[in-house]
Design a protein around this ligand. Structure first.
Ligand code: CA
Ligand code: CA
Length: 324
C-alpha cells in the first residue's frame, strides 16, 4: 500500500494528465465523420444587431425588387463577413467575401434584403457542369438565448436545436419565367433529340410512359420540390438539426424576388411574421432572434456544402409596430 502511495505521488500528475488528455481527445472525436469541431468563438454571436425596421407598406404592390426596394431606404443594414465552408466534407466556397443584410416588417410580413457581389449570373443548373447562384438565411426555431455557455451551432444547428432555413435559388426564379414553370433539358439543349423520337412505334408501345410524367420522373413521383413544375415560388423552406440533416418542409411558406445588375445580386426574401407551421421560425414585433447565412456562387462551382458561410449567429431585433 505504501508502495502504491509512493508510485501515485511520483507518477500521479502524469497519470491524471493522461486521463485528462484521453477525455479531451474522446470529446474531440465526438463530431460526425468528416466534420471538424466548431471553435469556441463560433458559439459567440456577432455584436452588431440587425434592426428589422417597422415600415408602413401601402398595398397592393408588385412583389419584385423594384417595387420593394424603396421600403428599405431607412433600414440600417449589417455587413456579414463570409468565408469558405471548412468544417464538413466536401469543403469549398469562399469566393463571396461578404453580404449586406437589411430587414423590415409591416406588422404582417417580414422582408430581408440581401446584396452581394458576384461577377457571374448563374441561374440554370441543368447541365452537369452547371451550378446555381443562391443564398440561404437560417434561424433558430423557438425562443433561444445563444451564448458561449449555451451552445447552438451556427452551422446548420445541432441535434435537438433545430433551425429553419430559407433557401433562395436563382434557377427556381428562372423557372417561373418559362412555359410550364420548369426549365428543363430542352431549354438547355434546344436541338436535342432523344430515343423516343427515333422509334416510330414508341408512342404506341410506350404510351403509358409517355402520357405519365410521374412514371418517367422519379423526382416528381416522390414529390421532390426540385422536380416539380409550378412551384410558384423561388425560396425553399427547410429544416436542419446539424450537418447532413437538411430536409425540405411539407408546408412551404417563404417566397422572394431578385435582381442581378452590375455584378451584384439583390435578393429579397419574405414571409408572414407568423405561420401555422410548427417547423417555422415565428417573428414577434419587439422580439429578438438570430440569423445566419450562406451564399453560393455557381460560377465557382459552389453547391451543397461548398459555399461561402458566416461562422457566427447574428442577432436581429424587430421594431415594435408604431400605431398611428
Ligand atoms: Ca455567380
Ligand atoms: Ca413552413
Amino acid at each position: 500500500m505504501k508502495n502504491a502511495y509512493v508510485l501515485f505521488k511520483r507518477y500521479g500528475v502524469a497519470l491524471l494528465s493522461c486521463a485528462f488528455l484521453s477525455a479531451t481527445l474522446y470529446a474531440a472525436e465526438e463530431t460526425a465523420p468528416g466534420v471538424k469541431g466548431v471553435t469556441e468563438e463560433e458559439f459567440t454571436p456577432a455584436k452588431e444587431v440587425l434592426t428589422v425596421k417597422y415600415v408602413e407598406m401601402a398595398k397592393p404592390y408588385h412583389m419584385d425588387v423594384e417595387s420593394l426596394e424603396g421600403f428599405f431606404k431607412d433600414a440600417q443594414g449589417v455587413t456579414v463577413p463570409l468565408q469558405m465552408q471548412d468544417k464538413a466534407f466536401p469543403n469549398g466556397g469562399g469566393s463571396v467575401k461578404s453580404a449586406e443584410v437589411k430587414g423590415i416588417h409591416d406588422g404582417l410580413a417580414i422582408y430581408f434584403k440581401v446584396t452581394w457581389s458576384d461577377p457571374t449570373r448563374n441561374a440554370r443548373a441543368i447541365a452537369v457542369q452547371e451550378f446555381r447562384d443562391a443564398v440561404a438565411l437560417m434561424f433558430p426555431l423557438g425562443a433561444v438565448e445563444i451564448t458561449p455557455a449555451e451552445h447552438f451551432s451556427p452551422r446548420m444547428g445541432d441535434r435537438e436545436k433545430p433551425t429553419n432555413l430559407w433557401h433562395w435559388k436563382a434557377d427556381w426564379e428562372a423557372d417561373l419565367l418559362v412555359k410550364g414553370e420548369l426549365e428543363d433539358m430542352e431549354n438547355q439543349y434546344p436541338n436535342m433529340h432523344d430515343d423516343w423520337n427515333f422509334n416510330p412505334y414508341s408512342a404506341y408501345y410506350h404510351r403509358e410512359l409517355i402520357t405519365s410524367v410521374e412514371v418517367l420522373s422519379g423526382g416528381r413521383a416522390a414529390h421532390n420540390l426540385l422536380s416539380q413544375p409550378g412551384r410558384g415560388r423561388v425560396v425553399e423552406d427547410l429544416n436542419a438539426e446539424g450537418f447532413g440533416t437538411l430536409t425540405t418542409q411539407a408546408h412551404q411558406d417563404v417566397n422572394g424576388c431578385s435582381k442581378y445588375e452590375d455584378g451584384t445580386w439583390t435578393v429579397i426574401i419574405y414571409r408572414s411574421l407568423i405561420t401555422e407551421d410548427p417547423h417555422d421560425v415565428q417573428f414577434v414585433p419587439g422580439g429578438t432572434t438570430y440569423f445566419n447565412m450562406a451564399v453560393w456562387n455557381g460560377g465557382e462551382q459552389d453547391r451543397n456544402g461548398q459555399k461561402s458561410i458566416s461562422s457566427q449567429w447574428h442577432p436581429a431585433t424587430l421594431e415594435r409596430v408604431a400605431w398611428q
